[in-house]
Design a binder for this molecule. Structure first.
Ligand SMILES: [Zn+2]
Length: 246
């Protein structure tokens, strides 16, 4: 049966001489594989839309192990991401993370919205790319239920005041409780805590609407990186190159 899904191309693998195996992140079906027959031919209607980053609606037929692509209507190719190599690698890194968390049969709307909002932010080019990377990593943790509990003190529930983070446990303690917990803690400035809470709890549409001063951004990025790599143990292909560029 034919169905139409909204999604983005995560990757395209050649199969034989002319076909492509597309990995799509879709709102309705999560991550699915769709075979695009003849998509590598120069006159194929699927050629342009089979590139990674292509976003739109895809018509697919369910097969036994995979879907067959029978139509597409691309609304955004995100070609702007190809203008600067930092943007391209950062966007590929985001796709790899979406692929890492993606499963068939789950609701993919939040991951898809996050990719879309992140790529728009990269194209707008108004906030630092390192900050965009950190926000994407932290929000990926949050929408997959692996965020740090930054709302209140893990011990007493206090929400106001000065806090420090127990990084491996991904919880925070207030200044009253922190000394009683004999674990190494990372002090959090008010700004860094505010940014952590903002990214964790704000809707995706509002994520890329803040900037930080240089020193605060550096601390925030370091913390985001340690939180993310503490949870996600995977060597992403694009990361080595990305880190040498940013
Ligand atoms: Zn406390």
């Amino acid at each position: 049966m034919k169905e139409t899904v909204t999604g983005m191309v995560l990757s395209a693998m050649p199969v034989g001489e002319y076909d492509l195996r597309l990995l799509l992140l879709t709102k309705e079906r999560g991550k699915i594989t769709a075979f695009a027959s003849g998509a590598k031919r120069t006159n194929s209607p699927y050629r342009a839309g089979s590139r990674p980053f292509s976003f739109g609606s895809f018509e697919v037929l369910a097969g036994r192990n995979a879907y067959k692509l029978v139509g597409m209507n691309i609304s955004n190719y995100f070609e702007g991401l190809l203008k600067e190599i930092e943007d391209t690698y950062l966007a590929f890194y985001c796709l790899e993370i979406a692929d890492y968390y993606g499963r068939e049969g789950i609701d993919g709307s939040e991951s898809l919205n996050l990719l879309y909002a992140t790529f728009r932010a990269l194209e707008r080019n108004q906030i630092s790319k390192k900050l965009i990377k950190s926000i994407y990593e932290l929000k990926s943790l949050a929408i997959n239920g692996e965020q740090a509990a930054v709302g209140s003190c893990y011990s007493c529930g206090e929400e106001e005041g000065t806090f420090a983070m127990d990084l491996p446990a991904r919880v925070i303690y207030c200044s009253h409780c922190a000394p009683r917990v004999s674990r190494p803690m990372i002090p959090l400035s008010k700004t860094v805590l505010y940014a952590l809470r903002y990214v964790t709890y704000m809707p995706i549409g509002k994520l890329y609407h803040f900037q930080l001063k240089e020193e605060e951004e550096k601390n925030f990025n370091d913390l985001a990186n340690r939180l993310f790599t503490g949870v996600v143990h995977k060597d992403f292909k694009s990361l080595g190159m990305l880190e040498s560029l940013l």
